[in-house]
Design a protein around this ligand. Structure first.
Ligand code: DGJ
Length: 691
């Protein structure tokens, strides 16, 4: 993507993929002069003049600031909060130089003994990555260093879309008017959190699923994070976001460079659906490590046996999983140490000799012989008090002097910021993967971080950042040491899903709530920000443990087929007829898989608003629609589902019935789906374009 510098106007113009982002130094401060559809270079100088004339004194100080400052009459929450040893605060921007290398721009500034660099990279997907780095030549205390601030176009109204929820209820899409004042979204849990995700979208209140301009941003960080939106009375909106939480302080050491995580932004003129598709494409192409591969259909033993894991109990499941067409068999929690419940054993990463008297290899061999890949569950960041590891190294957990060490799910969090802990983790994981034919690791993380600290450390709040970075580094090192192994990111459900972790995992666990009824909503929210290729989707036994809901096997399979399909039920209790039916659903999924996992996703209807919804995937000349009917009552709309983006003069063959349909007829009448009168009905339709 080209970057053009105009020395006279002091502007940098990043452009490509229909996007222009212009940064200027009009009044000495680095400012966003334009972020929107591509403009010609010739228009750039006039942006400077228009910006100067357009806004009131107060708005002008904050509008466009690439990082919200705290010097002079700047009163927004600063993106960067510093204190020098003599008590001086803030950063006064003195331009130093810039560099352009390919599609990357870096603009550097100095103040006192600090050098601050703003980084930019515009991708061919229209996504702009921004991050910042600060280099210190003397001790400076930092309490906030956000990656970037964004300024929205000047609109009459602003509406915020974000994703929030709870354990087993993640990914609830909220859409609300952005109030004048400041709105804070974030996590203080040391992980991305079930409760809030850093993805946001902003529009002027009129965008729809298919039309209108929507801006969106997401932060690549898997620890505590903070996104602060400011709407002024005069109607300007800026957003600052980055890693960390209030109350943290750390001191930059002499010669140290502190680099923020990447904060990415994009916009679409095709409504919320356009924004989601742009994120999906970007994450698949430029962030996820193996998104071009077809993810296998996996079986996971957790809900079949919970902690009753043994070679003897797994072997019959291996046979049944292979029989129905699963391609990967994953042994979940309970195979190691004295881990027979969640009370003990975390940290003792050797097989339980009573449960696996011959070790893990015979089971792995049986799985391979059955034609499947072999996967195993680990939770490397955690330790139970009742474990040999904790007895030997009680100091290895995050803790603070004189404070209780909070146990959640009876476990504590290891302090990966200590190099010996990270090295210990690499050593046992590397040995596990080297000594056994393991193809897949489900990496869990079942509790948030508390009492983050390290008694005796000079700068204990650094542990927050070090933990996350060490998890990234460890995954990266393992991937390089074992390039054939794939990793699933899991965090007691979806407490760690963000573009940061997606660089190191191949798919994620969407929610512990596998009830297919709830999943229609959960998947609708997940898909706002993240692609189907990342979305692990299990079908489990009914009634659901979460809400005692009963739905058909067909409904459960068809809902889960909208992501990376997995089976998590107790197959030994399934009837012959159920196993045969499961095999047919899995066979169909394998045919749909390229379209679902690699295609463009169009949401057909909002499950909060209507009983008939669907998810359409498009790849080349193929369309797959997975359609769901949630409980209907007489005053709920039940309009037919119409496909997205089908030209009227195109013709399509239904791959199951052989019937052909004109695009114009599909658009007018809807897809030829046949519903039963029952609630929780579903259908899949596969179309191939013939002209
Ligand atoms: C939480 C995960 O989300 C479950 O799928 C399962 O792996 C358990 N942890 C095991 O402890």
């Amino acid at each position: 993507m080209p970057i053009r510098y105009d020395d006279a106007a002091r502007t940098w113009h990043l452009t490509g993929a229909g996007v222009s982002y212009v940064v200027g130094l009009g009044d000495g401060l680095p400012r966003q002069l334009h972020w929107g559809p591509a403009i010609p270079d010739g228009a750039v100088p006039s942006l400077v003049r228009e910006w100067r004339e357009a806004y009131s004194f107060d708005d002008r100080l904050h509008t466009g600031a690439e990082l919200l400052g705290e010097l002079g009459p700047q009163f927004a929450t600063p993106s960067l909060q510093l204190r020098h040893p003599d008590g001086a605060k803030g950063f006064a921007w003195h331009y130093r130089d810039h560099s352009i290398e390919g599609d990357r721009l870096a603009i550097s500034f100095t103040d006192r003994d600090l050098a601050l660099t703003l980084h930019y990279r515009l991708w061919d997907t229209g996504v702009l990555d921004r991050w910042a780095a600060i280099e210190a030549a003397g001790p400076v205390e930092v309490s906030r260093f956000d990656s970037a601030a964004w300024t929205l176009p000047h609109w009459d109204g602003y509406r915020l879309s974000h994703l929030s929820g709870e354990w087993a209820g993640e990914w609830q899409l909220r859409r609300t008017e952005l109030p004048v004042g400041e709105t804070v979204l974030g996590s203080r849990r040391g992980n991305t959190s079930h409760q809030a995700n850093p993805w946001i979208a902003l529009d002027d209140g009129t965008a729809t699923e298919t039309a209108g301009t929507v801006y969106s941003a997401n932060l690549a960080w898997s620890g505590s994070w903070r996104v602060q939106l400011r709407r002024s009375a005069q109607g300007r909106v800026s957003v600052t976001g980055g890693a960390g939480q209030e109350g943290l302080h750390w001191t930059l050491r002499d010669g140290e460079t502190w680099t923020t995580p990447v904060y990415s932004g994009l916009f679409s003129t095709e409504g919320f659906g356009g924004v989601s598709r742009a994120w999906h494409e970007h994450l698949r192409r430029h962030v996820m490590p193996t998104a071009d591969e077809d993810a296998p259909v996996l079986f996971n033993s957790w809900e079949a046996v919970f902690f009753e894991v043994s070679e003897e109990k797994q072997l019959p499941l291996v046979e049944l999983a292979a029989r129905i067409g699963c391609e990967q068999f994953v042994v979940d929690d309970g195979w190691f140490g004295r881990r027979t419940s969640d009370n003990a054993g975390l940290g003792d990463w050797w097989h339980n000799p009573e449960r696996f008297p011959r070790g893990l290899t015979p089971l792995a061999d049986a799985v391979h012989k059955a034609g499947m890949r072999f996967g195993i569950w680990v939770e490397p960041e955690m330790v139970n008090a009742d474990s040999d590891l904790y007895r030997a190294h009680p100091d290895w957990v995050l803790h603070q002097a004189g404070r209780d060490r909070t146990e959640l799910r009876r476990q504590m969090v290891l302090d990966y910021g200590r190099p010996e802990v990270a090295e210990w983790a690499f050593t046992w994981l590397d040995r596990l993967l080297s000594e056994h034919p393991i193809d897949y690791v489900k990496w869990d993380h079942n509790r948030p971080l508390t009492e983050v600290g390290r008694p005796g450390a000079d700068d204990p709040d650094r542990a927050h950042f070090e933990h996350v970075q060490a998890v990234y580094d460890l995954k990266d090192r393992l991937r390089r040491a074992h390039p054939g192994v794939r990793i699933e990111g899991c965090a007691g459900g979806a407490a760690r899903v963000d573009p940061g972790i997606l660089r190191y995992v191949d798919q994620v666990w969407t929610s512990d709530n596998t009830d297919a009824g709830d999943r229609v909503n959960i998947q609708y929210g997940f898909g706002q920000a993240y692609p189907a290729r990342a979305m692990g989707a299990w079908i489990t036994d009914e009634p659901s443990g979460f809400n005692h809901r009963t739905t058909s096997l067909r409904f459960r399979f068809q809902v889960a087929s909208a992501g990376v399909l997995a089976v998590g039920g107790d197959l030994s209790a399934w009837s012959e007829a159920e196993l045969d039916e499961a095999a047919a659903h899995i066979a169909l999924y394998k045919e749909l898989r390229p379209v679902v996992q690699h295609g463009a996703q169009y949401r057909l209807g909002d499950p909060e608003a209507t009983a008939l919804t669907g998810v359409q995937y498009v790849l080349g000349d193929r369309i797959a629609v997975l359609a769901f009917k949630t409980p209907w009552h007489c005053n709920r709309p039940l309009a037919p589902l119409r496909p997205a983006g089908v030209p009227s003069d195109s013709r399509w063959i239904d791959e199951d019935t052989g019937e052909t349909h004109w695009g114009g007829a599909l658009n007018a009448l809807g897809l030829p789906l046949r519903w039963t009168p029952a609630d929780w009905d579903s259908a899949i339709i596969r179309l191939r374009r013939v002209e």
